[in-house]
Design a protein around this ligand. Structure first.
Ligand code: F3S
Length: 649
């Protein structure tokens, strides 16, 4: 039987297990990336494990989430990260150089390679044929130290693209259509492999818009085959020698198939406050828009901003609408500036921002209260913009530019009818991505050779080995689709404590219940209860680390998002799956007890656990590999890795 593209890459990197759905496999990792909010813990854990040198072909440390240096904390973190990259042998991308996925795709992403990143949108270079997976920071630490990455073999789903995009429909509409059909849970446990005749009609950057936002589907990753478009992009970024052709075999078999006819697509928009609330733009046309932002790792490339510049050239943005362009990389900013497009956009009323995640996580450009913000980003979870009851819509750069001109949501096709000389700008790649590289420091140019820690950089907290008696109060009961943003918000005032876990923990779940952290510390143990898809969103391991620090011993949820589930194991918190009836029967404040001897049950491979709630008994499931059970029993991955190192002498 032939192989899928995913199987070919996995086969090439397989060090343990067999490529059968649901089986745990260990794969060799070629490249790793980390960013500033997850990176400090990655390096502190690297140090705590006693590792002394990066072992992967490429390791890259980016500073993109919190680039504004409001006070010494962020600046200290940036300096620590630079010193860690220098000390251990990673590339260092300075704050302001751009968003990790944009800078990575321009400089390092390569077909046929594996990439593990401590950021949920790590799958972005899947559009270049790289098998790229997001993971918790400690998984990245371990991979960077040369160990395999373990994952349950996902289902492989063929997404067959037919036809060609019509005017004004874009790659963003392809992925919005996928979200409309599949929802934010539709990709869980799956790798989406794009095939079909529509593939060759999309440039590599368009493909990367699609693979970037496969994360919003909950997919493990998304990937495209490589072809002339891939080769063409690699030539333009000056890395044509890294091209390899990888295609699925003609007789490859997939677990499922989805067909998207590109020619049926039209401009789409995700309405507040979930990326899967997708409707045609025309359905919400006429809504006043107070803010438009173009950028992020989804649509922050040179070729994403160029259409906006062309649409705005010689025109004026609406007076009531603030329009901001935040390129994904400094290279994109520099190229747009050199070609005169920055000046054109500024003349049209655009406020040009530094290349940063910024507004995507509520750091800067927070919308006004009771206002509409239209963004080309990938997420619009409630409150993520920095204000609680926000109204954030997600759309393509073309739809964003149309709204900036009209001051309201408008289908660009209708605006083009009104403004006769407004044409679909189409997709145009530069001949050469020729921005300077002064902000990317290679390991052999390292500035530092020892770690520099400021006063806000603490130690990595450790948890004791799992005990036999696990009991406590249901400290918080939550609904479906709780995001890691709910657990640890990523706003500036909170995330500046990312390297100081005791302080950061004070904010745990504060967006759901602001007494939670205090109650958890007081209770000295206890449970979280949640509905479906608990922990979706960002890969932020603080969302497990802080609850661990507060003494949370278990999470009972109807289902878990993939990366967060792994993070719970990595920090020694027992993730048990419960059915809807059990969920309905637990109230906040109930006393919960796991009846089994937990340590013995976990290590012996027991799957069904008896959970006693107010005297009634229910069944909960621990679906975990042997390795995951060992990690849980040891009290988390750091303790487990140290034990392993001691055992092997
Ligand atoms: Fe940054 Fe937002 Fe992407 S936080 S990495 S731009 S999802």
């Amino acid at each position: 039987m032939g192989q899928t593209l995913t199987e070919k890459i996995l086969d090439d990197h397989l060090v343990e297990g067999e490529l059968e759905t649901g089986e745990e496999i260990g794969i060799e990792i070629d490249q790793v990336l980390t960013q500033d909010t997850t990176g400090t813990m990655v390096w502190l854990q690297f140090e705590a494990m006693g590792l002394d040198e990066v072992q992967t072909e490429i390791a890259a440390q980016y500073c993109d989430h919190q680039t504004y240096q409001f006070d010494f904390k962020n600046t200290d973190d940036h300096r620590f990260l630079r010193s860690a990259a220098g000390t251990y042998g990673a590339h260092f991308s300075r704050p302001g150089n751009g968003i990790c996925h944009n800078v990575h795709r321009e400089n390092f992403a390569a077909p046929g390679k594996t990439l593990l990143g401590s950021d949920s949108h790590t799958p972005t270079p899947g559009g270049l044929g790289e098998l790229a997976i997001g993971a918790g920071g400690i998984d990245v630490t371990v991979a960077m130290g040369g160990a395999p990455y373990y994952i349950e073999m996902p289902e492989i789903v063929e997404v067959r693209l037919e036809g060609e995009l019509p005017e004004w429909a874009t790659a963003k509409d392809v992925i919005l259509e996928m979200l409309r059909r599949l929802s934010v849970k539709g990709g869980v446990g799956k790798i989406l492999e794009y095939t079909g005749p529509g593939v060759e009609t999309l440039t590599a950057p368009e493909r990367m818009t699609i693979t970037n936002m496969g994360t919003e589907l909950g997919a493990t990753t998304s990937i495209f085959p490589t072809d002339e478009q891939t080769e063409d992009y690699l030539e333009r970024v000056g890395r044509e020698d890294e091209y390899v052709e990888i295609q699925p075999d003609d007789d490859a078999e997939y677990d499922d198939e989805i067909v998207v006819d590109l020619s049926d697509l039209e401009p789409l928009i995700a309405t507040p406050s979930m990326p899967d609330n997708v409707v045609p733009v025309r359905e919400v046309a006429g809504e006043d828009v107070q803010q438009v932002i173009v950028g992020s790792c989804t649509n922050g490339g040179y070729e994403d901003i160029l259409p906006v510049a062309k649409m705005l050239e010689g025109r004026q943005t609406a007076m009531e609408t603030e329009t901001i362009v935040a390129p994904g990389s400094k290279q994109a900013s520099e190229m747009l500036a050199r070609k005169g497009w920055v000046a054109e956009m500024m003349a049209a009323g655009v406020n040009f921002s530094e290349a940063t995640c910024g507004a995507c996580i509520g750091i800067g450009h927070v919308p006004a209260s009771d206002s509409v913000s239209l963004r080309t980003f990938n997420r619009n979870f409630e409150g993520r913009s920095g204000i609680e009851d926000d109204n954030v819509y997600l759309c393509s750069p073309e739809v964003a530019a149309a709204a900036a001109l009209a001051g309201e949501i408008v289908d660009p096709r209708d605006l083009a009818d009104e403004l006769e000389d407004l044409e679909d700008p189409g997709v145009e790649l530069p001949d050469e991505y020729d921005g300077s590289k002064t902000d990317l420091i290679a390991p052999d140019e390292a500035v530092d050779d020892e770690l520099i820690k400021g006063p806000n950089i603490g130690d990595v907290p450790l948890k004791d080995q799992l005990g036999d008696d696990v009991a406590g109060e249901a400290l918080l009961k939550m609904e479906d689709n709780i995001t890691t943003d709910h657990i640890i918000p990523a706003t500036q005032d909170i995330l500046m404590y990312r390297s100081n876990v005791p302080k950061l923990s004070e904010f745990t779940l504060s967006r759901v219940d602001d007494t939670f952290a205090e109650r958890a510390l007081e209770a000295d143990g206890g449970f979280l209860v949640a509905g479906e898809n608990y922990g979706q969103g960002s890969s932020r391991e603080h969302a497990a680390l802080c609850p661990m620090y507060l003494g949370i011993e278990g999470v009972l949820a109807q289902s878990f998002a993939r990366i967060h589930r792994a993070n719970l194991f990595n920090f020694g918190i027992v993730p048990l799956t419960i059915d809807e009836e059990t969920y309905e029967n637990i109230d906040q404040g109930d006393e919960i007890e796991i009846v089994d001897d937990v340590y013995d049950a976990v290590t012996s491979g027991q799957e069904e656990f008896t959970v006693r709630v107010n005297g009634d008994e229910y069944t909960a499931t621990l679906d975990a590999s042997e390795r995951e059970r060992d990690i849980l029993a040891a009290g988390g991955k750091l303790a487990w890795t140290k034990d392993q190192a001691e055992e092997s002498g």
